[in-house]
Design a protein around this ligand. Structure first.
Ligand code: ATR
Length: 311
């Protein structure tokens, strides 16, 4: 299990720096050995916090960051972020914020439609050989883009949204990763909090919370998704675990590496504990009966979000 560090930045509402710092330290103390951030989370603030808080504990965890997710004012990717010169500059800026001389994993955050993936994979392969990154990853790319990149230099990890509410990767992407020996990393494994049980109505999302613009958190979609989550909560309670823990155990059972995010130390500890759960396969089948494929109401993101995905 990894610790997703987007929530350390003000994306799902405000976050106090002192609370984010405590959560990060609690995550490491609770046994997380993988921290996954990106240069765009809080425009560098997540990386900066990790650099300041964890500089002295750098040998305790695998550190991953991402580049190439910057968007214009319409939410559309800025072209050219897959070009070699951009990649090298972005890495140097991330390393400086992270106070590190290398990262273990460096992901392309979104495919740059203006640069052939072979060119981006080529420079990432060079950075691996130079020892500045341990390996490279891709995020939200199609199986065919994954294969093209892998042919240039082996891909270490592929990250994509995956949860009981987002199961499309099961069709081709997860099998392609298994075939190529690429680790499949599941972001938003708790459905961006819907499967954590704390978001019940639109009023639970403060102004500025990114999720307000996400169709799954709007109107009738939100009601439908909360009622699905309530039924998962009943199943979890029967098993003596929380909804989030049941869902994380299911994601792991599916062969994926989840990176749940949280602003709260207590939730980081509870999520770490989910990594040690042993639940019977019949429990996971019941979860899938409650939330069949495509059961979640609403698209995974708004139009510009979807436009930036490589399908
Ligand atoms: P993302 O990858 O986009 O961050 P996620 O991991 O699916 O999304 O969900 C993150 C959300 O789940 C956060 O809003 C977080 O809320 P807190 O910051 O209040 O914790 C929520 N979340 C994470 N762990 C949780 C837990 N153990 N119980 C309840 N909610 C949790």
């Amino acid at each position: 299990m990894g610790f997703g560090a987007m929530n350390l930045a003000p994306v799902y509402g405000r976050v106090e720096e002192s609370e984010a710092a405590d959560t990060l330290l609690a995550a490491l103390d609770a046994g997380f050995t993988f921290v996954d951030t990106a240069d765009i989370y809080g425009r560098g603030s997540s990386e900066d916090l990790i650099g300041r808080m964890l500089e002295k504990r750098r040998d305790e965890f695998v550190l991953a960051t991402k580049f190439g997710g910057n968007q214009d004012s319409h939410g559309i990717l800025i072209p050219g972020m897959g070009r070699p010169d951009y990649v090298r500059r972005a890495l140097d800026a991330s390393l400086s914020r992270l106070r590190a001389d290398h990262v273990d994993l460096y992901y392309l955050h979104r495919l740059d439609p203006t640069t052939p993936i072979e060119e981006t994979a080529g420079v990432l392969g060079e950075l691996v050989e130079a020892g500045k990154i341990g390996g490279y990853g891709l995020s939200e790319v199609s199986p065919s883009t994954l294969r093209r990149a892998h042919a240039v230099h082996p891909v270490t990890a592929l990250q994509t949204e995956y949860s009981p509410f987002q199961r499309a990767p099961e069709e081709e992407l997860i099998p392609a990763c298994a075939e190529l020996g690429v680790t499949f990393v599941a972001y938003s494994p708790l459905g961006r909090g819907l499967l954590g049980g704390t978001v019940r109505t639109a009023a639970d999302l403060e102004e500025g919370d990114w999720r307000r613009g996400n169709p799954r958190f709007q109107g009738g979609n939100l009601e439908r998704n909360v009622s699905l989550a309530d039924r998962v909560a009943t199943l979890a309670a029967e098993q003596g675990v929380t909804t989030a823990q049941l869902v994380l155990a299911w994601v792991i059972d599916r062969g994926a590496l989840p990176i749940p995010g949280t602003r709260k130390a207590a939730n980081a500890r509870a999520n770490a504990a989910a990594g040690d759960l042993t639940l019977d396969a019949s429990v996971f089948r019941r979860l899938e009966d409650i939330v069949p494929r495509d059961a979640a109401a609403g698209a995974q993101g708004n139009e510009s979000y979807l436009a930036n995905l490589d399908k």
